[in-house]
Design a protein around this ligand. Structure first.
Ligand code: HGY
Ligand code: MN
Ligand code: MN
Length: 419
């Protein structure tokens, strides 16, 4: 394999493009580039232009994913693919998802500049709606690609402004009913690789440049609609109250307590979204909409946590005179990544002299769905102080370049250069 590293090309364009893409959805409190919104569409449009500029054939699939293809010289039709997502959380940083998309573009730019042809075609995929931030449902684009969409759930979710998922995709020029047509068959892809920031402190603490991901924890997520009784906060005595927010507070503390007591596996529990109604100072909250999630790379642990919480919700609601409706948003299984692909990534690190650590991912990724379609691997680069889903998200430039180097080496090995 050619030993020239990313640095030899003196084309630090990925840093430039990270800056360019951070403009899409840029605001006073960070970047907000939610799924199926104009900022995400601007990022997709820019990505399409950059791929076409590199001579790639680009298409938008029925779910809104961008798929760019660089032809191979062999007869093989199944592509070596890499990619990640362009949408972000609310008040995000500049790296989550977009780094993996731009690193794939950088690999193609390097191949073009070095005039290297490959036996297998190469594909770059920019997934849409990976984050659950807008609709509570995550990795919609890759679920559509592998045939895992739950259209019934999507037909009933709305964003915080009350816009339905169906309306949001229609405004982006997509047909909700056709989303499942994004499904691809296993013989279209040889492998899929996702480069992503770690979003945790493990690589930094272990002073390693590259994470070779072994497994991906997966979320189980429910929306709860809690109903009590709104009332005057000055005249309603405490024993007469049916306060939906106090009930929600007990549920939130139960999520934390149950998960903290769950010592034997890497399990976490969070309530990250809460909506109080009518949300006015002098009215007892009559309604609360909230989303809770459990994540673990141990399916049994997640199941046990959720069962225990459902029992506690029953007790809290009876004791407080509340009604609680729950809606399953997602219940995904933890995923082991492909051992062969993990070995190719490790070999790439050895050849390129990058220190690496094999590790699990606490965050969910499109790779957990792609693993149902084809052999899949993930490459992590360090997040400074483990900060992510925050404007302070940062990865050192030389770690970004190390990630591009390893993605390049891995893709080249799998796509087989024709000398
Ligand atoms: O929520 C996650 O795990 C990822 O950031 N989509
Ligand atoms: Mn994320
Ligand atoms: Mn991500």
């Amino acid at each position: 394999m050619a030993k020239t590293s990313y640095r030899d090309d003196h084309a630090f364009s990925i840093h430039f493009f990270l800056e360019v893409f951070s403009r899409f959805g840029y605001g006073a409190n960070g970047i907000t580039r939610l799924a199926y919104t104009e900022p995400e569409k601007m990022a997709k449009t820019q990505f399409v232009k950059l791929c076409e500029n590199e001579g790639m054939n680009v298409r938008l699939d029925a779910a809104g994913n961008v798929i760019a293809r660089r032809s191979g010289v062999g007869e093989e039709k199944c592509a070596v693919a890499c990619g990640s997502h362009l949408d972000s959380v609310i008040n995000a940083g500049s790296y989550d998802g977009v780094l993996g998309v731009l690193a794939g573009l950088e690999v193609v730019r390097m191949l073009n500049r070095r005039n290297i042809q490959t036996r297998y075609p190469i594909e770059l995929i920019a997934f849409t709606c990976e984050e659950s931030s807008r609709f509570g449902v995550s990795t919609v684009g890759s679920k559509a690609m592998v045939g895992l969409l739950d259209m019934d759930v999507l037909a009933h979710v709305k964003d915080k402004a009350g816009m339905s998922f169906e309306e949001a995709v229609r405004l982006q020029g997509l047909d909700f009913a056709r989303l499942p047509q994004a499904r691809r068959s296993p013989d279209e892809l040889k492998v899929f690789i996702e480069l992503h920031i770690e979003q945790g402190p493990v690589l930094e603490q272990n002073k390693k440049q590259i994470g070779v991901v072994s497994s991906i924890a997966a979320p189980t997520r429910f929306r709860l609609n809690i109903a009590g009784e709104a009332g005057h906060s000055g005249t309603t005595t405490m024993e007469l109250r049916k306060d939906a927010l106090v009930g929600a507070a007990e549920i939130i503390l139960a999520v934390e307590k149950l998960t903290t007591q769950e010592h034997h596996s890497f399990s976490v529990g969070t309530v990250g979204s809460l909506h109080v109604l009518p949300n006015s100072t002098n009215t007892i909250p009559g309604k609360v909409e909230m989303i809770y999630e459990f994540r673990s790379n141990d399916r049994e642990s997640k199941y046990h946590l959720n069962r225990s919480l459902i029992e506690q919700i029953k007790d809290i609601s009876e004791r407080r005179g509340l009604t609680v409706e729950s809606q399953l948003l997602s219940d995904e299984s933890p995923v082991e990544l492909n051992p062969f692909v993990r070995n190719v990534i490790k070999e790439s690190c050895e050849v390129r002299g990058k220190s690496f650590l094999e590790m699990a991912s606490g965050a969910g990724h499109d790779a957990m769905n792609m693993a149902q379609l084809c052999p899949t691997g993930m490459i992590f680069v360090p997040s400074v102080r483990g900060v992510s889903h925050h404007p302070g998200e940062f990865t050192e430039p030389f770690d970004v370049e190390a990630g591009v180097d390893i993605l390049y080496e891995t893709m080249l090995r799998l796509a087989e250069p024709i000398c």
